[in-house]
Design a binder for this molecule. Structure first.
Ligand code: URC
Length: 309
């Protein structure tokens, strides 16, 4: 919220970034264990302008205190909970415990530790790191108004065929040939906003948002690939992105908008020839040069008409 200060507009926030916490829950008889590793970002909007303009820190919640609170609250959570629930819990705490704080913006990034299987049996305390991160952001107001967003980072997807790109603008700068046969690779960053508008209206089902996260991830991947035998043709990254976003909004009624960032990670055809020998390697949809950069950058947001995002 902007304030008028000395004839200027002034906005401020303060918080603690990258607070890392691991939490283990042991079941009643000590087995199995479950665990999470979270990286927490706290940002508080509060009435503490005295600190900026009058050297008066009396309304400041110390960022060191914010950091400690993460560990206290993690300790107090006696049952396993989702990153979303932890973000909301912290947001509720900061906005209700401190008169000065009117909004808390809490981000949690969960590392993908997954329980291992040994000889097909789930291990009771062994975990290995998977690939995609689960993100959650809760913006909590003192009144209990909530904005809840979840996401996925680093979902790498690739298909070796059923992708093309034709009919684009051709001019004197265009060298790219049209094709109906190419590799399609991307690293999806997704975020989706839930329609719950207050902290009291979120589902009470334990680990509900973890279940949603896995379901959204599956819908995104399944839509990208299409059926196992035959797949689905992609006319562009743009087209595939739109189908993926639409599938999420059609499947999950409590999601009001979804944003997808899908870089087009190019696998370049390899053709090698020399003046002396002639053709050494002729590309036949088989040998590629994988690249990271430059990459196409394609992003879009799809929302329901009533979404506030
Ligand atoms: O799916 C694609 N979308 C583009 O916008 C684009 N641009 C490009 O060079 N190749 C591709 N592929």
């Amino acid at each position: 919220m902007a304030k008028e200060m000395d004839g200027f507009n002034f906005e401020q926030r303060h918080g603690k970034a990258r607070v890392r916490v691991g939490r283990v829950w042991r079941s009643k008889d000590g087995r199995p264990h479950s665990m999470v590793e979270w990286n927490v970002n706290i940002s508080l909007l509060s009435n503490c302008t005295g600190a900026y303009v009058r050297d008066d820190n009396s309304d400041i919640v110390a960022t060191d205190t914010m950091k400690n609170t993460v560990y206290v609250k993690a300790k107090e959570c006696s049952e396993q909970l989702s990153a979303e629930e932890f973000a909301i819990l912290l947001g509720k705490h900061f906005t209700s415990f401190y008169a000065q704080v009117f909004t808390a913006i809490i981000k949690v990034v969960e590392k993908p530790w997954e329980r291992v299987s040994v000889n097909g049996q789930a291990h009771e305390h062994g975990f290995k790191l998977g690939s995609e991160k689960h993100t959650a952001e809760a913006i909590v107001q003192k009144s209990g108004i909530l904005q809840l967003t979840s996401g996925i980072e680093g979902l790498s997807l690739l298909k070796t065929t059923k992708s093309g790109f034709e009919g684009f603008i051709r001019d004197k700068y265009t060298a790219l040939p049209e094709t109906r046969e190419r590799m399609l690779a991307t690293e999806v960053t997704a975020s989706w906003r839930y329609s719950y508008e207050s902290v009291s209206s979120i589902p009470e089902k334990p680990l509900y948002f973890n279940e949603c996260f896995l379901n959204v991830k599956k819908v995104l991947a399944d839509t990208f690939f299409g059926p196992p035998d035959g797949g689905v043709y992609s006319a562009s990254v743009q087209s595939t992105l739109f189908h993926m976003a639409k599938a999420v909004l059609s499947r999950f009624t409590d999601i009001s908008s979804v944003q997808l960032k899908m870089p087009n990670i190019h696998f370049l055809p390899v053709n090698i020839s020399s003046k002396d020998i002639g053709v050494i390697v002729k590309f036949n949809d088989d040998v590629y040069l994988p690249t990271d950069e430059p990459h196409g950058s394609i992003e879009a947001t799809l929302s329901r008409f009533w979404s506030k995002m």
